[in-house]
Design a protein around this ligand. Structure first.
Ligand SMILES: Nc1ncnc2c1ncn2[C@@H]1O[C@H](COP(=O)(O)OP(=O)(O)O)[C@@H](O)[C@H]1O
Ligand SMILES: [Mg+2]
Length: 267
C-alpha cells in the first residue's frame, strides 16, 4: 500500500532516517519498533505525508508523496488518519465536537448525518454516551480512544498511531492495543503503529520493522523477531541494559562536550 525507497531524513547533522526501504502491507498492522531516538516518529511522519524527506521516496497509490501537487497531497491525506502521541484533542471542544471536527472541516454533510457518524465512531471505540465530556474530564486511555474515533471519522484507508500506549496504565494500554487490532481486522483498514512497547507491539503486529539509529535492523512476522539471534534484536526484545545497543546514543564524545563547554565558558 505504501512503499518507501531509500528514504532519508536529516535534521542538521543528525541522520534521523538512513536510506530506509519499508513496505506497508494493505489490510494489515505494521508495527515500527525501536528505542527512543531510533527514528520511529520521523518515519511515521514521512509515511503520513506530514514531513518531507531529505532524499528518497514514499510511494502511495502510484505517487511519490514528496513530489505531488497540493491538490493531490490533500486528496491522499484525506485517505489517512493520524493518532498523535499525546492524543492532541482540542481542549476547548467536547468529545462530540472533537470527533466531528474533520467532518465539519472537510465535508458538507448535514449535522444529522454527522451526528450519526460520530455515534458510530464512538461506538467502535466503546465511548458512545460520552459525547458531552471535555478532554480534561477524560482518562488517558479514553483520550486515546477519542483520538482514535476522530481519526476514523473520515473512514480512512490507513491509520497511523504514534506511541498509542505511552503514558497509559497496563489495563488501558491493553484496551487500546486490542482496539487497534480488532478494528484493523473488522474494518479491513491498514494500520501503522509506532511503539517502543515490545509486548504491545509484538501482540498486534502482522509485520514488524525494528529500527536502530535510523536503520532497519530486523523485519518480519512477530515470531521471526522473537526468534531472532541478532544480538541487538535480542537486547531490545529482552529490554537488557547491556549489549550492542549502548546506554548513551550521543554522537559526540562526552569529554569533548565537557571541554568544549569549558572553553566556551572561559572564552
Ligand atoms: N524536528 C527535529 N529537529 C531535530 N532533530 C530531530 C527532529 N526530529 C527528530 N530529530 C532527531 O532525529 C532522531 C530520531 O528522532 P525520532 O524519529 O523522534 O525518534 P523516535 O520516535 O524513535 O524516538 C533523534 O536523534 C532526534 O533527536
Ligand atoms: Mg517518537
Amino acid at each position: 500500500m505504501i512503499r518507501t525507497e531509500k528514504l532519508t531524513r536529516r535534521f542538521g547533522d543528525a541522520l534521523a532516517l538512513d536510506s530506509t526501504d519499508v513496505h506497508i502491507r494493505e489490510h494489515a498492522t505494521t508495527v515500527i519498533m525501536g528505542g527512543s531516538g531510533s527514528g520511529k516518529t520521523t518515519l511515521l511522519r514521512l509515511l503520513a505525508a506530514l514531513d518531507t524527506p531529505t532524499s528518497g521516496s514514499v510511494w502511495f497509490d502510484g505517487d511519490d508523496i514528496a513530489h505531488v501537487n497540493r491538490k493531490r497531497l490533500y486528496e491522499l491525506r484525506s485517505r489517512m488518519g493520524m493518532v498523535f502521541q499525546y492524543s492532541a484533542l482540542l481542549n476547548s471542544l467536547n468529545v462530540y465536537d472533537n470527533v466531528a471536527f474533520p467532518l465539519h472541516e472537510h465535508t458538507e454533510l448535514d449535522e444529522s448525518v454527522i451526528r450519526t457518524i460520530v455515534s458510530m465512531k464512538l461506538e467502535q471505540v466503546g465511548l458512545r454516551g460520552f459525547e458531552h465530556l471535555m478532554p480534561s474530564e477524560l482518562s488517558g486511555g479514553m483520550a486515546k480512544r477519542v483520538a482514535f474515533a476522530r481519526a476514523l471519522a473520515m473512514d480512512p484507508e490507513i491509520v497511523f498511531f504514534d506511541e498509542p500506549t505511552s503514558g497509559l496504565d497496563p489495563i488501558s494500554a491493553g484496551v487500546v492495543t486490542k482496539l487497534i487490532r480488532d478494528l484493523t481486522q473488522k474494518t479491513r483498514m491498514t494500520s501503522v503503529v509506532v511503539t517502543h512497547d515490545v509486548h504491545a507491539g509484538l501482540s498486534i503486529a502482522d509485520h514488524v520493522v525494528l529500527l536502530w539509529q535510523g536503520r532497519i535492523i530486523a523485519e518480519g512476522a512477530p515470531d521471526d523477531i522473537r526468534q531472532s539471534t541478532d544480538e541487538r534484536v535480542c537486547q531490545f526484545i529482552e529490554g537488557r541494559p547491556d549489549g550492542p545497543i549502548p546506554f548513551s546514543s550521543s554522537k559526540t564524545r562526552y569529554i569533548d562536550d565537557l571541554l568544549g563547554g569549558a572553553v566556551e565558558r572561559s572564552g
